[in-house]
Design a protein. Sequence first.
Length: 322
Amino acid sequence: MRIGIFLLAAQFPGQEPGRILADAVELVVAAERAGFDDAWIAEHHFMSYGVCPSPTTLAAVAIGRTTRIGLGTAVSVLSTQHPVALAEQAAMLHHLSGGRFTLGVGRGGPWQDLEVFGTGLPRYERGFAESLDLLIAALSGGPVSAGGEFFGFRETTVVPGARMRPVVACTSEATTELAAERGLPMLLGMHIGDQDKAAMVRSHGGSPRDHVAAALAHVADTTPQAVRELKQAMPAWLEPGLAGYVPVDGRPRPARDVPAYVDFLTRVHPVGSPEHCARTLVRTSRTTGIEHFILMVEGTGDHRRTLENIRRLGAEVLPALR
C-alpha cells in the first residue's frame, strides 16, 4: 500500500491561523521522517474548517523543507480559478520538487467563494468539464487553446511545461463519469464507507489501484481510548467549521448531526489501537481494491498529539501494511 497524510489545516477553538499553517508544514516534515509516502493539503476559503486557501503555496513551502515525501493538493478547487493558471503552478511544483508533486482538483461547492472570486454558479454547475479539459490540455506538455463557453483564447504555450495527470475528487455520479471518460483517477472522501467507495470504483471502471481514498486516522493504546479522544475533540471544530459552508445563492443547507458524523467516522476509519488501524485499512483495501490512502491525522486539534499520532502510525501501523 501507499500511505500518506491528509492535512485540512483545521482551526480548533482558540487557535491562530498563522500558527496552524506553520504547524501544517511541520506535520509534513514529521510525516517524511515517519516513513509516509506523501502529504496532501486541502483548500478552503472563509471558514475555520480549514484555514489554507492555497494548498499549492503550502506545498511549495513543504517541498523546500523535505527531500523524499510526495506532495499533493486534496484538492485545488477548479471552479474558482483559471485552469491554465493552476496548470502553471502545478508545473512549477513538479519541477521544483523533482517530480514529487501531484495535482488533485475538485468541483468545490456552491459557497461564497464563487461569489467572492466572481466565477459564480455557472462555472460550478456547467463549467467543470470545460475547466477540467482545459487543465488536462495545459498539462499535456504541448500548446493549448480554448473556444468554449467559459474560456476562449488563441493557441499558446504553457511555460514551464510539464506532463502531469491530475486526480479528481469525486462525490457524485456526474463527476465520477467525467473522471472515467478522461481516464483520470479519483480521490474519494472520508464521508462514505467501504461499500460506497467500492461502488464508485466499479462505476469508474478503471484500475482500483489508481485511485486515492481519504480516511480519518488516530492511534492510541486501545481502540476505546482513540475513539474517546476524537469524540471529545472533533465536535468543537466541526460545529463551527461546517457552519462556514455558505451557499452562494441562498439555498437552505441541511444541518449535519455532528456527533453522529463523528461516530460514523470513528467506526468506519482507522481509529483505534495500532492493530485495529492496520486491520481497518486492509479491510478497506480488500473491499474497494484501493491501495493508496491519505490519513487525516489532525483529529484532536492538539499539535503535539498530532505529531505523536504521526509517529505512532509510522512506527506501529505502516510496517504492517508493507
